[in-house]
Design a protein around this ligand. Sequence first.
Ligand SMILES: *Cc1c(COP(=O)(O)O)cnc(C)c1O
Length: 359
Amino acid sequence: MNPIYNFNPGPSVLPQSVLKKVQAELVNYPGLGYSILEDSHRSKTFLKILADAKDKLKSLLGLGDKYEVLFMQGGASSQFFQIPMNFLQGKKADYIDTGSWVSKAVKEAKLYGEPRVIASSKDKNYNYIPKIKDLKFNEDSAYIYLCSNNTIEGTQWKSFPNHASIPLIGDFSSDILSRKVDMSPFALIYAGAQKNLGPAGVTIVAVRKDFLPLAAEKIPTMCSYKVMVENDSLYNTPPVFPIYLTNYVLDWIIEQGGVDGVEKINNQKAGAIYSAVDASNGFYTCPVAKEDRSFMNIVYTLPSEEKTEKFLAEAKALGFLNLKGHRSVGGIRASVYNAFPLEGAEKLGAFMSAFAKKS
Ligand SMILES: *Cc1c(COP(=O)(O)O)cnc(C)c1O
């Protein structure tokens, strides 16, 4: 039997050691006598898990004391409307359209104000990131909005715009804690957990304390960042299981040497696959501009539909699972988030080279 390598774009692979630990203590959480799933979200045990997870996130993200960290629900997609509900309210904001996740965020923002798409890579199927030096922001913007890693199209911002007076907001759902990022230009970032952090069901939000007072007051309680902060994410029952599991994934990241450690491995993983693309004499094509290539979601195509099908079938037989590209892009997508093992990426690269040679 070949080992299984799961390239799922989300929900995605989790560290084996974390899954085993959860399995071992699922029925009886140490010291509790019953499962963590059966415990009150206001118990001492759970409050410690919540506080630990928050502290680790703050430290791994390098946030210092200027930010509040929240655990929210409704998926990353709920942030598409919660952000404008809190911070737009009839005003205008600048959005940088780099793919389907930003397009969806723009659609939701229209319910609350005037999102302006000030730059877009739609003209080339979203295969690049607009150049920072060409961006022209509107001074009357409530905020600037971008998506750090475009999960579907396979592009990634390598550095970020930084405006002196307009708050910057970033969707980091598919590359949070995968690389060192200076968060100081960001007034708010968020990430659904199910790609790089844990299971589906919890969304991490970090909001800068000086941005929070600008949030609207007359909005539904569950959508209010202010209320979430005042109640330390415990206004209602939070998603206890995803938070508990995410807390262990954060320990795992720390064991890997923190963000620096995982970044180094992530570069090697992406390098192994992109090298196979670049060395294939055009057999594989990566549509993404080289300098904007994502290190999390690697997309490429083969010369024909037939060869793509054959590639996927042979890959599957070898244990490389879930490589089919997103329905809107086609081809192949290899998602190699933090928990994806280096050897899996190296083996995929070797398989790609062998497949190209014989085809
Ligand atoms: C997956 C993803 C989302 C949507 O996440 P949900 O939790 O399913 O709502 C949003 N943005 C990005 C960048 C994503 O990768």
